[in-house]
Each structure stands twice: as structure tokens, then as C-alpha cells.
Ligand binder design. Structure first.
Ligand SMILES: C[S@@+](CC[C@H](N)C(=O)[O-])C[C@H]1O[C@@H](n2cnc3c(N)ncnc32)[C@H](O)[C@@H]1O
Length: 241
């Protein structure tokens, strides 16, 4: 069974401090996709607050872990909430929502898109950065070819599924859905795709973690910015919550 995030908080705070992939790979994607409006933004699954610090301005965080929220609170207002439930927020309350490394921890992605579409105003934005679906597919992993090239085994890419991965002294459950399901589900909730980024680990990260040498060409991160449709008659799903 997956660990509680309060039990993983210490580990996660150390990851943020020590893993070079955050400053070198994740933050650049978030900067490139940054919401353009300067209105009220929410960071969903804010953790210890690195996304809130990066976005700046009028931003508040929400997360399930009280321990991590105490740390994030230094950078702004925080709310404890188990996502994707956003019933505590009124319709169109936000100008933008951002979420880094959360959606692949959420079982019900349709509710995540429907609820964010409900609480973000028309023409507002949603920015998501997650592990790339090629990376989260159960059974996917790197393989060494006979000529020493590192290839990627796709595993059960085309089906939705989950895998349990070690995290500090505990485990985290990652929920996989292929790219077509992810994008179709967002569109059905009223999110209009504006920009999508797919990346591997950068040369700079690999130079600091030589274990990943040769894996730069393997899809590792996905970042997407959507705009909330102004025409709600296009939506094919209501928030199921
Ligand atoms: C991998 S960490 C990412 C934290 C932060 N976004 C960052 O980039 O540093 C995942 C975060 O999501 C939170 N989280 C996981 N499942 C959640 C849920 N169902 N509702 C709210 N927060 C959740 C965890 O407590 C943790 O802070």
C-alpha cells in the first residue's frame, strides 16, 4: 500500500534540495509554460512550495500533507485538501492553476481535469508538469542493446494502470494513462491545448548523475499548458465530484 505523504515529507524535502533534475530540467519547463495572467493562481500538490516560489505573485498552495504545507507556508497561503476534490473552491475562482508532479499520483484524472476546469475562469490557464507517460507505463524500463545503446521498453503503455515505486523508506503509487487518454480527457473537460513539451533528462543532469548516461533521448518529462475554453457548451463532462 502506498505510504502517507506526511511520512514521506522529510524524504521529499531532501529530494527537492538535492536532485539536480529540479533546477536543471523541471523548473525550465515550468518557466516556459508559466501562466501569462498575473491573477490568482493555485499550486495543486504544492509540496514544500518550490512551484509557488517559482511562479511568485498571487499564488496559494494546496496539498494533502500538513508537514509539507507547514514548509510551503513560508512562501504563501496554503490549504490542506485531498485532490482532485476542489469542492471547497467556488466556480471560476482562479485565474490559473499549476501542478508539478501531482497528476501521475492521482487515480482519477478525469476529476482532476473537470474540477480544475470548474474552478479556473474562462480563458484562464492550467499548467501541468509530470513524468512522461512513456516513463510511467507499468513494466517500462531501460534496456541495454548488444551494441551498448540504451533503449526503452514500453511496457503496458496503451492501457491505464499503476505501479508502486520506492520513495525514501516508503512507496508511492504512480498512475499511468497513455497520452491519448490524458489529452482527450483534458479536452472533454474544456481544456484547450496551447503548448506541450516532451523532454528527456538534460546533459547537465546526466553529468551530475552518471547512472543515467545514455538516457537523454528517452522521454522523461511532460509539460502542458491549457487554456480554459470560453464556451462551456463544448464540455462533454461535468465535474463528477
Ligand atoms: C512528488 S511531490 C511534488 C511536490 C511539488 N509539486 C514539487 O514539485 O515539489 C507530490 C506532492 O503531491 C502531494 N499529493 C499527493 N497526492 C495528493 C492528493 N491526492 N491530494 C493532494 N496532494 C497530494 C504530496 O503530498 C506531495 O506534496
Amino acid at each position: 500500500m502506498a505510504s502517507k505523504w506526511d511520512d514521506l515529507a522529510e524524504w521529499w524535502a531532501r529530494e527537492v534540495e538535492q536532485d539536480p533534475a529540479y533546477p536543471l530540467d523541471v523548473h525550465p519547463i515550468l518557466r516556459e509554460l508559466m501562466p501569462r495572467s498575473d491573477g490568482l493562481a493555485m499550486d495543486l500538490g504544492c509540496g514544500e512550495g518550490q512551484g509557488m516560489r517559482l511562479v511568485g505573485g498571487d499564488v496559494f498552495g494546496c496539498d494533502v500533507s500538513l508537514d509539507l504545507l507547514r514548509r510551503a507556508n513560508a512562501g504563501g497561503t496554503v490549504v490542506q485538501s485531498e485532490l482532485p476534490d476542489l469542492r471547497w473552491l467556488r466556480d471560476k475562482a482562479l485565474d490559473a492553476a499549476i501542478s508539478v508532479y501531482l497528476l501521475d499520483l492521482i487515480r482519477d484524472h478525469a476529476s482532476f481535469f473537470a474540477e480544475t476546469a470548474r474552478v479556473v475562469r474562462p480563458a484562464g490557464e492550467l499548467v501541468v508538469v509530470i513524468n512522461h507517460p512513456a516513463f510511467t507505463a507499468p513494466g517500462s524500463c531501460p534496456m541495454l542493446d548488444t551494441d551498448d545503446e540504451i533503449l526503452w521498453r514500453w511496457g503496458a503503455y496503451f492501457s491505464e494502470g499503476s505501479s508502486t515505486e520506492p520513495a525514501g523508506d516508503g512507496v508511492v503509487e504512480f498512475f499511468h494513462r497513455p497520452m491519448d487518454e490524458l489529452l482527450t480527457s483534458a479536452a472533454a473537460a474544456g481544456w484547450v491545448l496551447e503548448r506541450m513539451i516532451e523532454r528527456g533528462l538534460s546533459d547537465d543532469t546526466v553529468a551530475r548523475i552518471p547512472f543515467y548516461a545514455g538516457q537523454q533521448h528517452i522521454p522523461r518529462l511532460l509539460g502542458v499548458r491549457w487554456t480554459r475554453s470560453e464556451d462551456s457548451s463544448q464540455f462533454t463532462v461535468d465535474s463528477p465530484l
